[in-house]
Design a protein around this ligand. Structure first.
Ligand code: C2E
Ligand code: MG
Ligand code: MG
Length: 721
C-alpha cells in the first residue's frame, strides 16, 4: 500500500495547492495528504473502515482546505485511484468523503451564522446607532465574516453589505446598497416572497431558504440564506439580517451524486430508480401512461461468442439509438420539447430497457405505446457494427397501459402492478416467438394467474391425497370382453369441483410435478391391479398407464418402473405404458433410451393418440412398441355422417375409411395390436370390428369409472351388445 498512498497523496497535494492558497508548508501538506490517501485506499480495497472516508472529508474543512475548487480537485485526483483499488467500494468511499466535506462545511457556516445572529441581538440592545457596522463587537464580525451578510430595513431597503457578500456575487457594494430586497427575491418566487413579507410584518422571526443567483461573471451560484428579524425596543420590526453562504459546490456535488444514483454507468441512460420515480409521478399526476418493456433477444449469444466487450458495445449502441429515436416521442406531432411529449428511455437491468410513454390527461393517444414499441423493435434490429463484427439482434417488447385492467377490477394504478403486467406481457412476446411486440391482454392475464395459482396448489394436493384414479375399460371387439383398463387421473379438491387431467397435466409438466405425480399414478394403478386380482383370482387384465413426455425423459424412469413393479407385486407383462408419438423421440430426434430397457423388462408400450403426430409407420418397426391407440378423430370421422355404408356424397368419408383400413392392416403387419379410442356408437363399433381392430375404448362400452365399479365388468360383455 505504502508506495501507492505516497504517489496518490503527493499528486493530491499538488492538485490542492494548485487550486488555491494553502497555509500549510508543502512538506507538511504532502505528509498529511499521503496519510489520508492511505486511509482512503484501505477503505476502498475493503481492508479499512469505510466510515473513515467521512472523517477525511471533515478534516479537509477543519484544516481550512475550503477553497471552492478544492473538493472538485480532490475528487478528480482520488476518484480513478479509489475505484481502481475497489471497483465496488471505491465510489461509496468517494461519496462518503464528499458528504463528510459538505456536512463539515455546512456546520461551519451554521456556526458562523449563529454567532452573527447572537451578535445582532446584542447590537439591538445597544443600538439606536444608525449603522450596524459601527457597533464595535458586531462590526468586527460583520467585516471579517467568511459568509455574506446584508442588513435590510423592515421596509425592504438594503442598508449594509459586507465584503464577503460582494465577493460572492462579484459586485461592488454600491451596486447592491439602497436597492430593494425585492430585487433579490422576485415576485415569481412566491414562497420566499411570502416568507419575506411575513418577516417584514413581524410575524416570523427566522427563515431559511436556498436559492440560485447570477454571479456578475454570468455563472449561477447557489446560496443558503438565513434570515433573522431584529426588532426595535418597542417590538416593532426594525431590521432583517440576511446571512448568505455560497453552497454552489455542495449543490453541484448533490446534483452529480443524484445523477450517479439515477443513471446507468454503462449506457448513461436513466436507471430503474429514476424510471420508477417518473412512473410514480406520472401515475400520481393522473397522466396517461404506457410502458414498453423491451428485452434484447440473444444478447447472451453475443456475449458468449464475441465476448462481453462486444456485448457491452451492442447495449451502448442500442441505448443511444433508443434515446435518440424513441425518446423524443414519435408520430402525430409529438416532438421533444413540444408540450413535453418526450418519452423516458431507461435501462432496467442487463439487456432490458423500458420506455415510459406519457401523455397529458386531456390529450390521450391510445396508439402511441404500440407505435413506440414497434419503432423500438425496428431500432434494435438495425445491424450494430463493432470492430470487424456486424451484429444483428432482435428484441421482444411487452406493452401495457394504465387503462388496462388486470383483474377486471379497475385500472393498473400502482407502478409495481403496471410493471408486473409489463413483465408478463414481455414473456408472452418471448413465448410467441420473440422478435415481436405483445400487447397486454386482461383475459390472458387472468387465465395465466389462475393457472399459476392452480399449479402452485398441486404439490400440497398430491401430499394431501387429493388426486384419484378412474379406470376406463379396454374391450376386445370380437366378444366385448374386458381385457384391460386405462388409469386416468383426476383432481378432487376438498369442497371444490373435480378438475380434469387436460387442465392440470400440462401444468404439472411445466412445473415438474408430473414426476412425483406420475410416479404416484403408476404405483396406485399397480396396487389397484393387485387388489382386483386378489379379490378375483381368475381374471386376466392389464393396467394401462399414461406417461408424460417429461416423465419418460427423466433419467431414472426405468428404475422407477422397476421399483413400482417390485413394491406392488404387479407383473410387468400386465402393465402397459402409453406414450404419445412425439414422446417416443428424444429431443435429438433419436428414440428414447428408456424404451428398450422398459420393453426388456416385459412391459407393453402403446402409442397413445396415434395419428395426431407425424410418425412414420414403417419406422415404428424398429421400436419396441406393442400397440397403437388410434386417436379419437380417426374413429369418429369416417362415421360422422351416420351413414357408414354410403361412401359419402363428397367422397370424403370413403377416403378416411380407406386410410383407417390401411392403418389397421399395416399395424397388424408390423405385429402391433390396435385399440380404437372414443368409440361412442354401435355403428362405429361394427365398422371397427369389420376392419379387424383389436380393442376399443369409449363411452359406448363405459366411461372412466371409480375402481370399485370395475369388478362388475369382469364377467360378461361390456356395453350394449
Ligand atoms: P388419453 O390418454 O387419450 O385418455 C382418453 C381420454 O378420452 C380420457 O379423457 C377419456 O375420459 C376420454 N374418453 C374416453 N372415452 C371417450 C368417448 O367415448 N368420447 C369422448 N369424447 N372422450 C372419451 P381424460 O380422462 O380427460 O384424459 C385426458 C388426457 O389426460 C388423457 O388422454 C391423457 O393424455 C391425460 N392423462 C390422464 N391421466 C393421466 C395420467 O395419469 N398421466 C398422464 N401423464 N396423463 C394423463
Ligand atoms: Mg391414454
Ligand atoms: Mg388417447
Amino acid at each position: 500500500m505504502g508506495d501507492h498512498a505516497l504517489a496518490l497523496g503527493t499528486a493530491w497535494a499538488g492538485s490542492v495547492q494548485a487550486a488555491g492558497f494553502i497555509a500549510l508548508p508543502r512538506r507538511e501538506l504532502t505528509a498529511a495528504l499521503v496519510e489520508r490517501a492511505g486511509v482512503l485506499l484501505d477503505a476502498a480495497s475493503g481492508t479499512g473502515d469505510p466510515a473513515a472516508a467521512g472523517a477525511v472529508g471533515r478534516w479537509l474543512v477543519e484544516a481550512h482546505f475550503t477553497h471552492p475548487s478544492t473538493l472538485e480537485h480532490t475528487l478528480t485526483v482520488l476518484g480513478p485511484a479509489l475505484v481502481r483499488a475497489g471497483p465496488d467500494r471505491g465510489p461509496a468511499v468517494l461519496a462518503a468523503l464528499a458528504r463528510g466535506y459538505a456536512a463539515a462545511l455546512q456546520e461551519r457556516t451554521r456556526a458562523e451564522q449563529e454567532r452573527i445572529t447572537a451578535a445582532a441581538f446584542v447590537a439591538r440592545t445597544a443600538a439606536e446607532q444608525a449603522r450596524w457596522a459601527s457597533e464595535a463587537r458586531f462590526g468586527a464580525l460583520f467585516a471579517d465574516a467568511a459568509i455574506g451578510i446584508a442588513i435590510v430595513t423592515a421596509a425592504g431597503e438594503i442598508v449594509e453589505v459586507n465584503r464577503a457578500l460582494c465577493e460572492m456575487f462579484g459586485r461592488p457594494a454600491d451596486e447592491v446598497l439602497h436597492r430593494s430586497v425585492d430585487v433579490y427575491i422576485p415576485a415569481d418566487d412566491h414562497e420566499h416572497r411570502q416568507t419575506l413579507r411575513a418577516m417584514q410584518a413581524g410575524e416570523l422571526e427566522h427563515a431559511r431558504l436556498e436559492r440560485p443567483y447570477a454571479h456578475a461573471g454570468g455563472e449561477t451560484i447557489w446560496t443558503d440564506i438565513v434570515l433573522s428579524l431584529v426588532r426595535a425596543p418597542d417590538g416593532a420590526p426594525r431590521f432583517i439580517v440576511a446571512m448568505i453562504a455560497d453552497v454552489t459546490e455542495r449543490h453541484r456535488l448533490e446534483t452529480s451524486l443524484r445523477h450517479q444514483a439515477e443513471h446507468d454507468p454503462l449506457t448513461g441512460l436513466p436507471n430503474r430508480t429514476l424510471f420508477f420515480e417518473r412512473l410514480e409521478a406520472a401515475l400520481e399526476a393522473g397522466r396517461h401512461v404506457g410502458v414498453c418493456y423491451l428485452d434484447v433477444d440473444d444478447l447472451k449469444a453475443v456475449n458468449d461468442t464475441l465476448g462481453h466487450d462486444v456485448g457491452d458495445h451492442v447495449l451502448q449502441t442500442l441505448a443511444r439509438r433508443l434515446a435518440a429515436e424513441v425518446g423524443p416521442g414519435i408520430g402525430s406531432g409529438a416532438r421533444a420539447g413540444a408540450g413535453g411529449s418526450g418519452h423516458l428511455v431507461a435501462r432496467m437491468a442487463g439487456d432490458e430497457f423500458v420506455v415510459l410513454v406519457e401523455r397529458p390527461a386531456d390529450r390521450p393517444d391510445p396508439a402511441e405505446p404500440l407505435r413506440v414499441a414497434q419503432r423500438a423493435l425496428d431500432v434494435v434490429r438495425r445491424p450494430v457494427v463493432s470492430g470487424p463484427h456486424r451484429i444483428v439482434v432482435s428484441a421482444s417488447v411487452g406493452v401495457v397501459e394504465r387503462e388496462d385492467s388486470a383483474s377486471g377490477s379497475g385500472e393498473l394504478e400502482k407502478a409495481a402492478d403496471l410493471m408486473k403486467a409489463a413483465d408478463t406481457t414481455l414473456h408472452w412476446a418471448k413465448k410467441d416467438g420473440r422478435n415481436r411486440v405483445a400487447r397486454f391482454d386482461a383475459e390472458r392475464h387472468r387465465a395465466a394467474v389462475a393457472r399459476f395459482e392452480l399449479s402452485a396448489r398441486m404439490p400440497d394436493a398430491l401430499e394431501a391425497g387429493e388426486f384419484v384414479l378412474d379406470y376406463q375399460p379396454l374391450v376386445r371387439l370380437t366378444d366385448q370382453r374386458l381385457v384391460g383398463v386405462e388409469a386416468l387421473v383426476r383432481w378432487d379438491p376438498p369442497g371444490g369441483d373435480r378438475i380434469g387431467p387436460d387442465v392440470f397435466i400440462p401444468l404439472a409438466e411445466e412445473s415438474g410435478l408430473i414426476v412425483p405425480l406420475g410416479r404416484w399414478v403408476l404405483s396406485e394403478a399397480c396396487r389397484q391391479g393387485v387388489r382386483w386380482r386378489e379379490e378375483h383370482p381368475d381374471t386376466q387384465l392389464f393396467v394401462s398407464v399414461n406417461l408424460a413426455a417429461r416423465q419418460v425423459r427423466e433419467p431414472g424412469i426405468v428404475d422407477v418402473v422397476a421399483s413400482v413393479l417390485a413394491e406392488s407385486g404387479w407383473p410387468a407383462h400386465a402393465l402397459q405404458l402409453e406414450l404419445t408419438e412425439s414422446d417416443l423421440m428424444g429431443t435429438t430426434g433419436e428414440p428414447l433410451d428408456a424404451l428398450p430397457a422398459l420393453a426388456a423388462m416385459g412391459v407393453r408400450i402403446a402409442i397413445d393418440d396415434f395419428g395426431t403426430g407425424y410418425s412414420n409407420l414403417a419406422y415404428l418397426r424398429t421400436l419396441p412398441v406393442h400397440a397403437l391407440k388410434l386417436a379419437g378423430q380417426f374413429v369418429t370421422r369416417p362415421f360422422a355422417t351416420g351413414m357408414p355404408d354410403a361412401s359419402g356424397e363428397d367422397g370424403h368419408d370413403g377416403v378416411d375409411l380407406e386410410v383407417l383400413a390401411l392403418l389397421i392392416e399395416l399395424a397388424h403387419t408390423l405385429g402391433l395390436s390396435v385399440t380404437a379410442e372414443v368409440v361412442e356408437t354401435a355403428v362405429q363399433l361394427e365398422r371397427l370390428r369389420k376392419l379387424g381392430c383389436d380393442t376399443g375404448q369409449g363411452w359406448y362400452f363405459a366411461p372412466p369409472v371409480p375402481p370399485a365399479a370395475v369388478p362388475a365388468l369382469f364377467s360378461g360383455p361390456v356395453g350394449p351388445t
